[in-house]
Each structure stands twice: as C-alpha cells, then as structure tokens.
Design a protein around this ligand. Sequence first.
Ligand SMILES: *[C@@H]1O[C@H](CO)[C@@H](O)[C@H](O)[C@H]1NC(C)=O
Ligand SMILES: *[C@@H]1O[C@H](CO)[C@@H](O)[C@H](O)[C@H]1NC(C)=O
Ligand SMILES: *[C@@H]1O[C@H](CO)[C@@H](O)[C@H](O)[C@H]1NC(C)=O
Ligand SMILES: *[C@@H]1O[C@H](CO)[C@@H](O)[C@H](O)[C@H]1NC(C)=O
Ligand SMILES: *[C@@H]1O[C@H](CO)[C@@H](O)[C@H](O)[C@H]1NC(C)=O
Length: 291
Amino acid sequence: MFLLLMLIAALPVCVTPMEVRSSVTVDNIKGQNALLFCTWTAQVSETPDKLFVLSSKQAYLLQCDVENSPYNCTTGKLLRTKYSLLNSAQGLVSFSISNLSCSDEGIYTCQLLQSSTLHQNSSKSVLNIKAYPSAPSLSNVQTNVQEDSNISATCTAGVGYPNRGQLIWKSYQNGKPVDLTSELYSTSLNVIQPGDDSCPVTTESTVTLKANIKHQNITLACFVVNPDIQPTAPDNCIPSTNLCSETKQVNVYRVKQPDPVVGSGPNVVCAFEKPTIFALSLIVLLRKKIF
Ligand SMILES: *[C@@H]1O[C@H](CO)[C@@H](O)[C@H](O)[C@H]1NC(C)=O
Ligand SMILES: *[C@@H]1O[C@H](CO)[C@@H](O)[C@H](O)[C@H]1NC(C)=O
Ligand SMILES: *[C@@H]1O[C@H](CO)[C@@H](O)[C@H](O)[C@H]1NC(C)=O
Ligand SMILES: *[C@@H]1O[C@H](CO)[C@@H](O)[C@H](O)[C@H]1NC(C)=O
Ligand SMILES: *[C@@H]1O[C@H](CO)[C@@H](O)[C@H](O)[C@H]1NC(C)=O
C-alpha cells in the first residue's frame, strides 16, 4: 500500500516532463542566414539548467546555462562567427547560422538537461539548404570563324540546389530568333567552382556549330532554366532580368580560293563586279526617269 502511494506520488513527475520543441526557418538560402529556435516548458521541480545545441555534423554548437534568464550561451571558438545567439528569454533560446553553405544541411538538436536528476529531453529539426541559380558567364567564345570551322562558346552557371536546373542554348540572327537546334551540338558537365562545397551546383556547357555562310550575324545565348526561378527560357536574352548571357554577332568569312589558272583571278573579279555597277547605273537611270 505504501509502495502504491509512492508510485502515485511519483507519477505526476513522470507525466509532466520538461517539454522541448525546436524549429528552423523554412527557406534557407545558401549564403544567407538560418534561424534556429529551442523552446521549452518544465515543472519547477524539473527546471533544466543546461541547454545544448548539436548538429548531426558538428557535435556541440552551443551550450547555455538556462537556470536564470537571460541565459548565458557560449559557442566553440571556431564557431563564434558562424553561430550567434539572437534571443534568450524564459524558456527560449534562438540563434542564427550565418553564411549558409551546403555543409550546414542536416539535423539540429536542442537538448535540455537537469544536471541534478540527469533528466533530459531533446527535439530535432531538419535544416535544408536551397541554392538559387546564378547568371551564366561565357568563355572561350569563338565567333569570328572561317566557313566550315566551328563557332563555339562555353557557358558556366550555378544551376541551383536541390532542384537543379540546366543550361540551354538559343540562337538569333540579326536579333531575331532562329531555330538551329538541329545544327547546335552541346555538351554539359558539372564542375566544382571555388566556393562550392558539398553540393556542387555549377554546370558548364560547351556549344559548337559548324559555320556556314548562312550563319552570318547569328548570336548564341545560354540560359539557365530552373524549376524554382525560371522554369523555361524566355524568348530573348536580357541579361539584366533573365539568367542568360549572349555572344556577339558571328562573323563567318570565306577563304579566297587559290587561283586555278594564273592571271584569271582579276578577270573573275571584274566579271563579278561589272554587272553590279551596271545594275546600279540602271537603277540610277530608272530613278531619274521616274522623278
Ligand atoms: C519530451 O518533450 C516532448 C515534446 O515536448 C514531450 O512530448 C515528451 O513527453 C518529453 N519527454 C520527456 C521524457 O520529458
Ligand atoms: C557564461 O558561461 C561561461 C562558460 O560557462 C563562463 O565562463 C562565464 O563567466 C559566464 N558568464 C556569465 C555572465 O555568467
Ligand atoms: C566541330 O565541332 C564538332 C562537334 O563538337 C566536332 O566533332 C568537330 O571535331 C569540330 N571541328 C573542329 C574543326 O574543331
Ligand atoms: C561564406 O562562405 C563561403 C564558403 O562557403 C566563403 O567563400 C565566403 O567568403 C563566406 N562569406 C562570408 C561573408 O563570410
Ligand atoms: C550583319 O549585320 C550587319 C550590321 O551589324 C549588317 O550591316 C549586315 O547586313 C548583316 N548581314 C547579314 C547577312 O545579315
């Protein structure tokens, strides 16, 4: 009977535990900050005195004395610029993780402890990183080409994470869209850029087009398409508003054929030029007659 009473007396302590909750901001953009919140309630007898914040990748990030508010929180020396206390109030500690990188993705745990009884409780939150695509840049652009050799360009851009995008090419002639998809040959690969971390988000695409005289004045534009930002490529490349970059106009030149018979060259040129001059004179004459 005495034992039973003891149990009943002990029960409320067991069912009114220290309750802890954690949450993290939803949209966490690479390079920006994330906010993490730990909140708790506890019976007076269960008042915790320590709070630990841990991550799945880096053990202890933060340790706070939470007996009396405002709470005293400390971070590891190396982490001081990365994790900083935002707010500390009764039953609340919030802090920010700055300059998010992909390696900050993971599970964050708020763990409460009452040292005297060793009672503890914890709550986990998942932090996901999102990286927006970046404007593409062009390199190795070859737009002044001899007929039958390759017009080429390389485009490099961040394509986003975790929803990755891709690079697509469009072509224009004298500013108007032309469909050269059957002639454009492009290859893409993911590359690691300085500053990238555990989620490489940079793609490089190289395009080639065998130059023909009908390609005179074309331009090639590279667009990033990504479901989060720009799901399809716009009709025209406007670098200030679209994620795109465009080459300058292509110049295709013909190499003069070596003269088949010595001395016949000038004659060929004359035979070609004379009708033109003749035609022009005719037009001038005709115009004079009309007006
Ligand atoms: C821990 O906290 C959760 C959520 O606040 C609560 O449901 C649970 O009962 C607590 N557990 C203990 C052992 O205190
Ligand atoms: C905060 O905690 C640290 C380490 O636990 C301690 O050295 C420091 O004196 C404390 N500061 C205050 C204001 O209590
Ligand atoms: C032109 O590009 C195509 C496709 O990339 C390639 O197969 C070919 O070798 C290139 N030609 C020259 C002359 O570079
Ligand atoms: C942010 O982190 C990246 C590496 O992920 C680093 O290259 C960059 O310099 C950092 N920026 C700031 C403002 O600390
Ligand atoms: C190419 O563009 C130039 C001006 O940029 C223009 O004078 C020329 O007529 C164009 N040639 C063709 C074939 O479109």
